[in-house]
Design a protein around this ligand. Structure first.
Ligand code: ZN
Length: 329
């Protein structure tokens, strides 16, 4: 794996710490689950191999939901089995319930994300449970994990943290309460998601700062959708308050089946470019990601893809800045 040495460090991390961030690829789950095209198992494996070769070390490879609900992800066990053969790759899966967690443990996932929707209306529509029923399920999943002797991490993913299309407003106090409740129930980590793209940078900074004050480093990841063009700005705002792990989808694919009109996650290649350009090391080669995007686009003909870096390409001054710095060193 090679880092993008053409991008010089221009900014220190907000707290002066070494500037590093993790971009977790969720295109194979969040992306593919919301589009009609079925991507073959062979292509998913090709995607994972290329993302790994580009330097990605955290990939959400699928979801353990019934195949009749999401035929796009019916091969998750097979895809996970392959991902586990790549040294140092943290392969995660989404599990909507206890049954899904059983499968994740059987199949040896490195991490399982249990989604919780802070919006009661969205929770009932999407998971057919109240948020507190999901918290209770996480307690059972934790007991199962511990009894199995597995080291699989449990991440509670708090979705609709900035509101939702069904309920509108979701109070911050409720988001923070549920985040703490997930940890109390046994989740190892929690993350916050703007499922439908309602957040703005100031709101992101405020909520993530409060969340970090409450649970510290157990706040693991920021998950933004680019529905209203705020994705990268929101990621930057989260970075400014100390968040160093972000979910993203190659080519910005996806959306949410229960959030009409929602576009996909922040685009992986654009986010990696932004971070590297700021001097934040991601360990990911953005040129390799652009090549992978082209391959994946070929499998998704007719689907709407997103992102902007691929259209313009890398800036010409990237290498020049390094030369200038070398001359003055
Ligand atoms: Zn999402």
């Amino acid at each position: 794996m090679s880092t993008l040495s053409v991008f010089p460090a221009t900014h220190a991390a907000p707290d002066g710490a070494s500037a590093r961030a993790v971009v977790r690829e969720v295109g194979l789950r969040d992306g593919l689950q919301s589009i009609a095209t079925l991507v073959s198992t062979a292509h998913k494996i090709e995607w994972i191999n290329a993302a790994y070769a580009a330097g990605q070390r955290e990939i959400e490879v699928g979801s353990f939901v019934p195949a009749r609900l999401l035929p796009q992800l019916a091969d998750t066990a097979e895809v996970l089995a392959h991902a586990k053969t790549l040294p140092g790759l943290l392969a995660s899966v989404l599990v909507p319930n206890y049954k899904g967690a059983e499968r994740a443990l059987e199949c040896g996932a490195g991490l399982m994300v249990v989604p919780l929707s802070a919006s009661h209306a969205h929770s009932l529509a999407n998971l057919r449970k109240t948020p507190d029923a999901v918290v209770a399920e996480v307690a059972r999943i934790r007991a199962l994990r511990d009894a199995s002797g597995s080291r699989c991490l449990i991440e509670g993913g708090v979705g609709t943290a900035f509101g939702c299309t069904l309920q509108g407003e979701v109070p911050e106090s409720e988001v923070l309460r549920l985040m703490q409740a997930l940890l109390d129930a046994g989740a190892d980590r929690v993350s916050l998601a703007d499922t439908v793209g309602y957040a703005d940078p100031a709101w992101v900074a405020r909520l993530f700062e409060k969340a970090r004050a409450l649970v510290g480093d157990r706040l693991w990841c920021a998950h933004f959708h680019d529905t209203r063009g705020m994705g990268l700005a929101n990621a930057y705002a989260a970075w400014q308050v100390g968040i160093t792990r972000f979910d993203a989808c190659l080519a910005g694919i996806g959306g949410c089946p229960h959030a009409p009109g929602a576009s996909g996650n922040v685009t992986t290649e654009d986010l990696v470019f932004m971070l590297e350009r700021m001097g934040v090391a991601t360990g990911i080669d953005v040129t390799a990601l652009l090549a992978l995007r082209q391959r994946v686009a070929g499998w998704l003909e007719g689907e709407t893809l997103h992102g902007t870096l691929w259209q313009a390409g890398l800036p010409q001054n990237a290498a020049r800045t390094v030369l200038r710095e070398a001359a003055t060193a």
